[in-house]
Design a binder for this molecule. Sequence first.
Ligand code: PHE
Length: 460
Amino acid sequence: MASKSKVQWSSKTAFLLAAVGSAVGLGNIWRFPYLAGENGGSAFVLVYVGFVFLIGIPVLLAELTIGRRGGMSPIGSVRKIALESGLSKHWDWLGRVGTFGGGLGLLSFYSVIAGWVMAYIIQAAIGAFSGITAVEAQGAMQDYSAHAGTMTFWHFAFTGITVFIVGKGIQGGLEKAVTYLMPALFLLLLLMVGYSMATAEFGKAVEFLFTPDFSKINSGVVLTALGQAFFSLSVTVGTMFAYGAYLPKDVSLHKSAILIASADTAVALLAGLAIFPLVFAYGLSPDSGPTLIFVTLPIAFGQMPGGAVIGTAFFVLLTIAAITSSISLLEPAVAWFEERFRMKRWYASLIGGGIAFLVGMLTLYSNNDWAELVPLSFVGIETVSGKIANWGNLIDFFVSNMVMPISGFMIAIFAGWFVKRDFLKEEMGLPEGGIFEIWHVLIKYVVPLALGYVIFMGLK
Ligand code: PHE
């Protein structure tokens, strides 16, 4: 098998920024708030944060470790480590499921939403949101999603940007952009929390997000929180294997994992604190689903002084945050195409992006023309997680609630039970006992048991 030309991050900071850039994206600002809203607020938040630390971080660390030791595409690295440990090469299915079912599957709808964010840059810039009421903001949102043509344009534009950057290779300019823009997004988010605190129903939002209400926890909430923990940390879809492969040996893997997860969680919680005060102040319903930020944010930018400028900046930064995530979704497939078929990076990127674009069209049409189309009704599947089983909801459910938990389960079994323990310890550069032992117990027992239980309950 062709060994990969060794691409590496230019520095430790560059890696951390890229990894945090991958983790922080629409998952934090678009998906986390709406899922929290749909799943009872605090109940969801509590389970989610618990999963990030108990399950997400151990899986993240396993991926970075296997990725760096393998030094190849996710599929190649898993296969290499399996062979090294005297196991079957077919373990590489673990990488295949993540790379294709997870990575490209997720990219397909990620880019539809990211395109929507891009479209709103223009709306904010031309002042379309100024003085907008809640009803008008809802109208504008419905207007956008009703037009398949406009949506396709932006979906195409976003996929195009992703394909272009990945086609050029990981270092090309992106590292520099990320260095300034990620912190800028963080600051702007803080500013918005401040705005919500000063003008909207901040107390209600805090109560909604943080007053534990265990009665609202059920198997659906738990499964969704788990999917979201994986989604937000960029694990189980190949990404962190791929990013680990570009890592110099002197970077501490466990510290990186903790840092990535902490930054990611902080951004999600801040996004919740920016959005929900507005939801309550403007009488919107917390469980309005994926369109939540496309209604709340325009209202906020429409009302605040300087909102056109701040709103434009915010949607620009959110687009960039989405790009640093989408490139990491495409990277695993591209790395594998290059490695397996000796394909040029450009072609690989075009093919991967093309597949994601086409599959994404199914989600796109589920916002308008095909909203009521139920493709699996012939086998009796009419709803998923209480929503109509159109293409969009089916794909989201398949990726987030099936592929991701199953892939996470397989990674834990592989790293905890099959890979030689010493390989992992060596690669992490940790002594026996202590942190290594804690990680090993988590990945060997806690993660598989918890995931097995969640998957089982979800299937029931
Ligand atoms: N974590 C990214 C986000 O929150 C999405 C993503 C998932 C990116 C998986 C890469 C891999 O937006």
